[in-house]
Design a protein around this ligand. Structure first.
Ligand code: 1GP
Length: 276
């Protein structure tokens, strides 16, 4: 039966409910992220580690992120010693940017966020981070009503040992194993993930190799986030040219928040620091 046939045979009340559901689905954080890609070709996320902030310092960072042209704030970390909910609450008040949870575990949830990267650590073979934490978090996410963004999370060797590798008990993919990397990304797409996150680890000495990003983008339909070790706008431009759809910076912004504008200009408009 064609669409018109289905519509004609559906009770009006049921039809209104279906249309409402479609409208709500369209108005999601994922829809917003798509609109950023249509506008700029690439987007910019700033990662806030709640352990590094007081409530007021993170509110200031949120305000300044919005003024600097950042597209969304990621909130979380592989190991936290504080509750992120008060931080999420103050960020929500301070900025209209989407607050997207980037959780290291099922403990990192907040009703004050807009969405959650529903991560599965697909480069590892630790079932706990492939599906265990996701099951623990699912009922709470449903209660809170967070948007979930299914994301295949891949650790890539970045020249240093990282908290995420240690905490998850999983080894990163070697930098020169391009075929292993793209096969993981493709498997995630086939399994229905909406995003891939290529992660060199916070504070990595080396960012994800550009060649790996371009190989993966060459075969994937879904957008790719790249983060870890991106310390300058020039590196960010290089990764966008290789095919990164979204760039994440964390540590460098914690040490110098004034760099957000330069990163945003570089990622959105290809403007180098020395062009400014
Ligand atoms: C870590 O990708 C993020 O999860 C950001 O890394 O702190 O190195 O910018 P940096």
């Amino acid at each position: 039966m064609d669409l018109i046939g289905i519509v004609c045979k559906t009770e009006p009340e049921a039809l209104v409910e279906t249309i409402k559901k479609i409208m709500i689905k369209l108005n999601t954080t994922q829809h917003y992220l798509q609109s950023i890609l249509m506008k700029h070709r690439a987007g910019y996320f700033v990662l806030i580690d709640p352990d590094q902030h007081t409530i007021s310092s993170c509110a200031r960072l949120g305000e300044s992120a919005e003024e600097s042209g950042v597209d969304a704030i990621l909130l979380g970390g592989s190991f936290l010693t504080v509750d992120l909910d008060p931080i999420a609450k103050s960020l929500k008040k301070a900025t209209s940017l989407p607050i997207i949870l980037f959780p290291g575990s099922a403990l990192q949830l907040s009703q004050n966020a807009d969405a959650i990267l529903y991560l599965s650590l697909i480069s590892g073979r630790n079932p706990h981070y492939l599906i265990g934490e996701q099951v623990r978090a699912a009922p709470l996410i449903r209660d809170i009503g967070l948007d979930t963004i299914p994301t295949g999370y891949m650790l890539i060797e970045g020249g240093t040992s990282t908290s995420v590798s240690f905490m998850s008990g999983s080894a990163p993919i070697p930098r020169d194993k391009l075929d292993i990397a793209w096969a993981h990304a493709l498997a995630a797409e086939y399994m229905g993930m909406d995003l891939i996150y290529l992660e060199a680890g916070s504070g990595a000495e080396l960012a994800v190799p550009s060649k790996m990003i371009s190989e993966i983008k060459g075969i994937l339909e879904i957008p790719v986030i790249v983060g870890g070790g991106i310390r300058t706008p020039s590196i960010a431009i290089e990764k966008v040219k290789a095919g990164a759809d979204f760039i994440v910076t964390g540590s460098i912004i914690e040490s110098d928040p004034s760099l957000m504008k330069a990163f945003s200009d570089a990622i959105h408009w290809g403007i180098e620091e020395n062009d400014l």
